[in-house]
Design a protein around this ligand. Structure first.
Ligand code: AMP
Length: 214
């Protein structure tokens, strides 16, 4: 199991998409699962929407149950990439238990580190293809044609929570709830730090280098 950690905007989603194709294992983004639930107005979506719009985390028990179910599906038997989970120590402990129960305690933790000054610009400039989910950045990784996905011509949209006020709250949630988790993993000596500054392709190379040695 691969786990991507790092602040919002560190490139977890972008990298997880590429590595998922490279290794042929599913990419599980809890943010994507929640956004899809919001779009479909399911009970999960309705429960999560207000928290997400504010930039707060949704409750641990809500998200943990969803992850447990998803990684129990047959396509995850050979492993999966978790992007955006765990985000709290309680979620990490839950994940440990689930993996242990299923005899899969081979976990690689990849911590994407990014200059805090770059984080805000990465988030404010992020655009996503509404068809295929490809992620762009108008400052750092623009599409060939403004507002249009290079891959399938789909319209690019901005995430609702990528606005200044919500970004501030998301970064606060990261500091308060996820940084302690990263420290917890660091104490267990289980973390691989990766420099998340630079071109997406260069960061992919760094990640593949770690995966090859692991
Ligand atoms: P992301 O796409 O990872 O930036 O997640 C978007 C939003 O979904 C977050 O700001 C949270 O509100 C919610 N979310 C995603 N993953 C989690 C998680 N593991 N725990 C709690 N909330 C989450």
């Amino acid at each position: 199991m691969l786990v991507f950690l790092g602040p919002p905007g560190a490139g977890k989603g972008t990298q997880a998409r590429v590595i998922s194709k490279e290794l042929g294992i599913p990419h599980i983004s809890t943010g994507d699962i929640l956004r899809e639930a919001v779009r479909k107005e399911t009970s999960l979506g309705l429960a999560a929407k207000a928290k997400m719009d504010r930039g707060d985390l949704v409750p641990d028990d809500v998200i943990s149950g969803i992850v447990e179910e998803r990684i129990g599906e047959p396509d995850c038997r050979e492993g999966a990439i978790l992007d955006g989970f765990p985000r709290t120590i309680a979620q990490a402990q839950f994940l440990d238990q689930v993996l242990q129960r299923s005899g899969r305690n081979n976990v690689l933790l990849l911590n994407l580190q990014l200059d805090p000054k770059v984080v805000i610009k990465r988030l404010a400039g992020r655009r996503t293809c509404s068809k295929c989910g490809e992620i762009y950045n108008i400052y750092f990784n623009p599409p060939r044609q403004e507002g249009i996905c290079d891959k399938d011509g789909g319209p690019l949209v901005q995430r609702k929570d990528d606005n200044e006020e919500t970004i501030r709250q998301r970064l606060l949630a990261y500091e308060q709830e996820t940084v302690p988790l990263i420290e917890y993993y660091r104490r267990k000596n289980a973390l691989h730090d990766i420099n998340g500054n630079g071109e997406p392709e260069a960061i992919t190379e760094r990640l593949l280098g770690i995966l090859k040695n692991a």
